[in-house]
Design a protein around this ligand. Sequence first.
Ligand code: BGC
Length: 363
Amino acid sequence: MTLTASRSVDLLVGAQTRWGSIPASTEHEVYQFGWLRDGSWCAYALDVAGHHEQAGAWHRWVARTLLDHSARFDQACEAVRHGAVTGAVMMPARFTLDGHEEEPSADDEEEWPNFQTDCYGFWLWALADHVNRGGLLDDTLTAAADLVIRYLLVAGQTPCFDCWEENPGNVHTSSLAAVAAGLRDAGRMLGYDSAIAAADQITARVTGPEHTLGGAFIRFPGDTRVDGSLLWLAVPFGLVEVTDPTFVNTVTRIQQELVVPGGGVRRYLGDTFYGGSEWILLAASLGWVQTQRGDTATGAAMLDWIEAAATVDGMLPEQAQDHVQSPYMLQFWRAKWGQTATPLLWSHAMHVVLNDVCRSGSA
Ligand code: BGC
């Protein structure tokens, strides 16, 4: 079966539960949760594809879930104010598909990193985009967005895990970018000057000396490597233009260091998760960036590569397995969690987005 955009849309629509949540993967056993980051991209892709009702249902699932946990937001803000941040007290990256937090582990140790501020920035960004495309902003969505804005104003620059659920205790460039974009867009949507001002301050921080080295963005202060998630600074977040010299230098570095010739895009050098090969969703991000820079050939090449990476059933994995950085770690993760997550709904979302970008020049 050849993978088409409508097949990817069907998988997204089919994955949505009766509560409105969308699991990271319908098949991969350990991915049976609704992540705010993955889901934001899925809802965005559903909006791009004209499935506004399904996108709205996902946003309402998030809003109801967060409002049910409003006391947790207060606790998390208190923890930041009192310098008592722990993974367990901060707001989680994912919820069960019926909108609950996972049971804490018996030994009270955080087994799977959950404190990732970017998730909440991603949600505000996707919600504002949904509303801009005509989605109804009802009282539930407004109340939940209000809660999240207040959370991010307090906690949005707190060291945490990155978007790959790694590197705890750092202030990650792409996480700050998500927080800035979310505060900016939701602040405009609700007319909150404090959120817009905070977004401006965080954008200045992201584009300042702490998060750059020699004229290119870096993963986080203290790690001079480049990361595929830095592509999001321009699209979708729009903190910088695709023509911005620092962004252009970053893309050049990504092309030199993370793009596999004739293939996709790795997350970062030294990635060992499932061996550290190329990620479908990052290939789509690079294709989007390059199309916006006028390099439509790279956009088309990334789309072709993504479609060729689909299984015979037209399903996209989380990452390819053909150019691993560590064969040993590929075996390690297969033994631990089974085959790579397939289908990964975020991969399908990015396939839909890139397909639209290649057709129209923008998503
Ligand atoms: C990725 C996260 C993602 C999660 C669920 C992890 O392996 O690093 O970015 O949110 O999987 O798909």
